[in-house]
Design a protein around this ligand. Sequence first.
Ligand SMILES: Nc1ncnc2c1ncn2[C@@H]1O[C@H](COP(=O)(O)OP(=O)(O)OP(=O)(O)O)[C@@H](O)[C@H]1O
Ligand SMILES: [Mg+2]
Length: 219
Amino acid sequence: MKNNLTFIDGFLYFTQAQVEKKKQNLIQHSVKVAEFPSVKTLSEFDFDFQESINKQQIYDFNSLRFIDKKENIVFYGNSGVGKTHLAISIGVTAAQNRKSTYFIKCARLIEILKKAQLEGRLEERLKKFCGYKLLIIDELGYLPITKEESKLFFQLIDRRYEKHSTIITTNINFSQWDDVFGDPLIASAIVERLLHHLHVAKITGNSYRLKDFFQKADE
Ligand SMILES: Nc1ncnc2c1ncn2[C@@H]1O[C@H](COP(=O)(O)OP(=O)(O)OP(=O)(O)O)[C@@H](O)[C@H]1O
Ligand SMILES: [Mg+2]
């Protein structure tokens, strides 16, 4: 079939292949710059294992409408229930659809902001973190955050508020965020901004990490 192509057909075929290759390279690049710790997808997620999850809601997140509406998502639940997996899966879809996406653990984010403040580059850093259409902040509340650090975190959330979407994964209930942020006023200012346009996906099941362990114990 290819041998019968006219010169023009061949040229078009080549050009289309080049365009497609370029598109695929751009997609790959967008996923790479998002710095996911590993690439996860929804198709790899076993929804039968985690019955508390509303599959429809997760696929709705994956449609990326929440990004267009500048809404936020919090995945809340105990260790190993799939919060990071789901956040990454949605992030990968966003990156593949050329929505600038960045994944970072909360502790690392705060470390970077603190360093930038010390070096007089806080504004520059905040601008960078606020530019992403989707910022995924993983493991909020796993490590204590001082009052000064909370102020930096607040500045980030405040700047992203109603401009761009943020996904947060946490094992901390909103009622305990006062303790995490070490200052109730700052905590409530942060929570208010997040809550305004927020979807909460609460996961109450067992840890997937311990699945095999318990399966073996039962045998
Ligand atoms: N329902 C599931 N189907 C398939 N794999 C899953 C499922 N839930 C979790 N996993 C896998 O189990 C591991 C732990 O999941 P994940 O990292 O998402 O947990 P987490 O809720 O973020 O836990 P933590 O609070 O400790 O960070 C990952 O390798 C993830 O891909
Ligand atoms: Mg996690």
